[in-house]
Design a protein around this ligand. Structure first.
Ligand code: NAD
Length: 420
């Protein structure tokens, strides 16, 4: 296999391939296949922002609403310089399958604003966030389309989105999830994706006879998902031997000083001076000696050019679409188990669902209740997927897509999709 540095499929091609294979395997009717192959609605809006220097910059905000067959559109909004329409399309489609597999009453959508937050002041970022909301306002609503954080966005941006929506529509906390708790956010949302990932990893490890106690873990991306996954996996006894951010990776085969790395990551202290680590590249991290690999940054990082070099037994996809179809085929051949994104990172949207319920009902759950419900739903989603994989002789990704497509197709049929 020749080594290429570039992914051999875009994120849209990756999701489309999984959908097409799933549709084929379950014998999905052509009409439904056509409807589900493309998004229901796409919006691109201008976001003009007066910069601190008084100059004007115009950003683009995207919202792609893929399917609302099972409930209101639901999906995060990404703040990243590489955001473009096809990437948002891929992520929106993946949300449809994720919400269906997790069995939460939502459809799938995704948004993104093409900007590099490191280049913007806090005031500029807030103006851009509010501008994005105004650009999309007509298609949003607590029963229409609900946004959440994604790469580059977090509770602060959700607070500004909620406040901007409030200006026109009045107090509507259920318009976004992932808000600060002071504004109606739920406890446990910040940690949910990483903690859900650890639950799914625990279940998968049990099935393949991998003992998480002492298992070595490498994590690409040490942001919201990666850092909380690291903490949760460590609580399960795993040893975190490598982590990375966009700048590079650090490695210690006997285990990293996780509390110190977390302190540095969360207080914005750059670098690993004085720590017992070896600096490696993001690419090297993917191939280090470990039992469990967690890609938790961007899409397309595992491809036909590097999949053979992966030494982990289990890959748990924290990021969306980190594995191209060519890499998937190599992992299947090499006996590497891949826990697919629409299952492994579903904890975020599951706890977003809990936040939405609390907002609509004006109630507040305890952390214990959130944790119990997350645990139960992740275990159930893993269980049905694993059972289907065994039954069909399929990979976990193939099984996950088959279940999700069947659920969405059933909802569309019952709604009478051909008459809308
Ligand atoms: P984040 O912005 O909090 O963290 C992203 C991390 O990835 C940072 O450490 C950043 O430095 C690193 N990174 C960025 N570009 C990189 C690159 N090219 N190479 C290596 N590292 C890079 O984002 P997040 O919320 O943790 O999201 C990470 C991934 O998880 C994304 O794919 C996102 O779609 C997915 N995801 C997030 C959630 C959530 O609840 N936040 C839920 C489901 C899926």
């Amino acid at each position: 296999m020749s080594r290429t540095a570039r992914p051999d499929a875009t994120e849209l091609e990756t999701v489309d391939a999984a959908f097409r294979a799933g549709a084929e395997a379950i014998g999905l009717a052509d009409d439904l296949r056509t409807v589900l192959a493309t998004p229901h609605r796409e919006i691109v809006a201008q976001v003009p922002v007066r910069m601190d220097s008084e100059s004007l910059r115009v950003f683009a905000v995207y919202r792609v609403q893929h399917s609302s067959a099972r409930g209101p559109y639901k999906g995060g909004i990404r703040f990243h310089p590489s955001v473009e329409r096809d990437e948002v399309r891929a992520l929106a489609s993946a949300m449809t399958w994720k919400t269906a597999l997790a069995d939460v009453p939502f459809g799938g959508a995704k948004g993104g604003i093409t900007l590099d937050r490191k280049e913007l002041s806090q005031g500029e970022l807030q103006r851009a966030t509010r501008g994005a909301l105004r650009g999309l306002q007509k298609v949003l609503g607590p029963h229409r389309d609900i946004m959440a954080p994604d790469m580059g966005s977090g509770p602060a941006e959700m607070a500004w989105l909620m406040d901007e929506y409030h200006r026109v529509e009045g107090y509507t906390p259920a318009i976004v999830t992932g808000k600060p708790e002071e504004l109606g956010g739920t406890c446990g949302r910040l940690e949910a994706t990483g903690e859900g990932l650890a639950i799914a990893a625990r279940e998968a490890a049990g099935e393949i006879g991998l003992d998480l106690g002492g298992a070595r873990v490498a994590i690409q991306g040490f942001g919201n998902v990666g850092s909380h996954a690291a903490e949760a996996l460590r609580r399960l006894g795993a040893v975190i031997v490598a982590v990375s951010d966009v700048e590079g990776a650090v490695h210690n085969p006997s285990g990293l000083d996780l509390p110190e790395l977390l302190r540095r990551a969360r207080t914005g202290i750059i670098g690993h001076d004085g720590m017992d680590v070896e600096a490696i590249t993001n690419e090297e991290l993917l191939a280090i000696d470990c039992e469990l690999l967690v890609p938790a940054a961007v899409g397309g990082v595992l491809h036909g050019g590097n999949a053979d070099a992966v030494r982990a037994e289990l890959i748990v996809e924290g990021a969306n679409n980190p594995t191209t179809p060519a890499a998937d085929a190599i992992f299947a051949e090499n006996g590497v188990t891949v826990l697919p994104d629409i299952l492994a990172n579903a904890g975020g949207v599951i706890v977003s669902y809990f936040e939405w319920i609390q907002n609509l009902q004006n109630v507040s759950w305890t952390r214990e209740h959130v944790d119990q419900e997350l645990e139960a739903r992740m275990v159930r989603a893993f269980g049905v997927t694993h059972h289907r994989a065994l039954h069909d002789g399929a990979t976990l990704r193939e099984a996950a897509y088959r279940i999700a497509i069947e659920r969405v197709a059933a909802a569309l049929r019952l709604r009478g999709f051909e008459y809308t």
